[in-house]
Design a protein around this ligand. Structure first.
Ligand SMILES: NC(=O)c1ccc[n+]([C@@H]2O[C@H](COP(=O)([O-])OP(=O)(O)OC[C@H]3O[C@@H](n4cnc5c(N)ncnc54)[C@H](O)[C@@H]3O)[C@@H](O)[C@H]2O)c1
Length: 260
C-alpha cells in the first residue's frame, strides 16, 4: 500500500467551511495534522471557526462565484501555509419551489433558479479552475500526484423531490462535470471525486421540528438516522488517502432513495 497518502502536513481549502459538512471537514483536516483555509461568505461564522482551531486554520471571506475572492483565498493559502493540496467544495444553497404553482398561478422564479445554478455549479467550477493552477505548482509525488478535489452534489441529483428542480439541476451539473474535469486535470496529476450526501444533520436540518427530523430519519434504511457531518468528513479523508479514487460520484446515504 505504498501510495496510500496521509492528511498530515497537507494544505486544504474548504468552501462553505464555516458550517455543516464543510465545517466538519475543516475540523477533521486540522485534527489529522493538515492546515485548512475556510472560504465562506463574510457574514458566516468562518472567522470564529478558524480562531477556535488555532494556527493551522485561517478564514478568507469568499463568495465562491467571485474570481477575485477565490484568487485572494488561494493567495492566503500560499502565503500562510505554502501551497494547496486538497480542495473541498461544500458551499451550496437551495430553494424549494414547484416549477409551476397551480394554486397561486405562479411559475418558478427564474431569478431563484439562476441563483442556485450560479452558486452551486458556477461557484464550484470557479474554485476548481483557479485552484487547479495553484495545485499544478506542487512537486508531484512518485505517482505523479499533485492534488485532489472533492465536490459535493446530493442524492437530489438522482432522485430529486417535488420542488427541487433548481437544486437537483445544480447538483446534477456537479455530477455531470466530475468525469470531464477529472479527465482534464489528469495530466496535471489532480484527481476529482464528488460525494452525493443523503440526509445529514447540519444546521439546515437540525433547525427543522423534531417530528420532521424523525420522519426524515425513518426514510433511511440503515442506519436509520440522519448522517453525522463527521461521517462526510471521514469520506473526504478516505478520498484524499486513496489515490485510485478518481472521476467518480460516491453516494453517502445509508441506502436512502428519496420519494417524490
Ligand atoms: N445537509 C444535508 O443533508 C445535505 C445533503 C446533500 C447535499 N448537501 C450539500 O452539502 C453542502 C453543504 O451543506 P450543509 O448542509 O453543510 O449546508 P450549510 O448551510 O450548513 O453550509 C453551507 C455553507 O455554504 C456557505 N455558502 C453559501 N453560499 C456561498 C457562496 N456563494 N460563497 C461561499 N460560501 C457560501 C454558507 O455560508 C454556509 O456556511 C451543500 O452544497 C449542500 O447542498 C447537504
Amino acid at each position: 500500500m505504498a501510495h496510500v497518502r496521509n492528511l498530515k502536513g497537507l494544505v486544504g481549502i474548504v468552501t462553505g467551511g464555516a458550517s455543516g459538512l464543510g465545517r466538519a471537514t475543516v475540523e477533521r483536516l486540522v485534527r489529522q495534522g493538515a492546515s485548512a483555509v475556510i472560504l465562506d461568505l463574510p457574514k458566516s461564522e468562518g472567522k470564529t471557526v478558524a480562531e477556535s482551531l488555532g494556527e493551522k486554520c485561517a478564514f478568507s471571506p469568499t463568495d465562491v462565484t467571485s474570481e477575485a475572492d477565490v484568487k485572494n483565498a488561494l493567495e492566503l493559502a500560499r502565503t500562510k501555509f505554502g501551497r494547496v493540496d486538497v480542495v473541498v467544495n461544500c458551499a451550496g444553497i437551495a430553494v424549494a419551489a414547484k416549477t409551476y404553482n397551480l394554486n397561486k398561478q405562479l411559475p418558478h422564479s427564474l431569478e431563484d433558479f439562476q441563483r442556485v445554478i450560479n452558486v452551486n455549479i458556477a461557484g464550484t467550477f470557479n474554485v476548481i479552475r483557479l485552484a487547479a493552477g495553484e495545485m499544478g505548482k506542487n512537486d508531484p509525488d512518485e505517482d505523479g500526484h499533485r492534488g485532489v478535489i472533492v465536490n459535493t452534489a446530493s442524492v437530489a441529483a438522482f432522485d430529486g423531490q417535488v420542488g427541487q428542480a433548481a437544486y437537483s439541476a445544480s447538483k446534477g451539473g456537479i455530477v455531470g462535470m466530475t468525469l470531464p474535469i477529472a479527465r482534464d486535470l489528469a495530466p496535471m496529476g489532480i484527481r476529482v471525486v464528488t460525494i452525493a450526501p443523503g440526509l445529514f444533520a447540519t444546521p439546515l436540518l437540525v433547525g427543522l421540528p423534531e417530528k420532521v427530523r424523525n420522519f426524515l430519519a425513518k426514510q433511511v434504511p440503515f442506519p436509520s438516522r440522519l448522517g453525522d457531518p463527521g461521517e462526510y468528513a471521514h469520506l473526504v479523508q478516505s478520498i484524499v488517502e486513496n489515490p485510485m479514487l478518481n472521476g467518480e460520484v460516491i453516494r453517502l446515504d445509508g441506502a436512502l432513495r428519496m420519494q417524490p
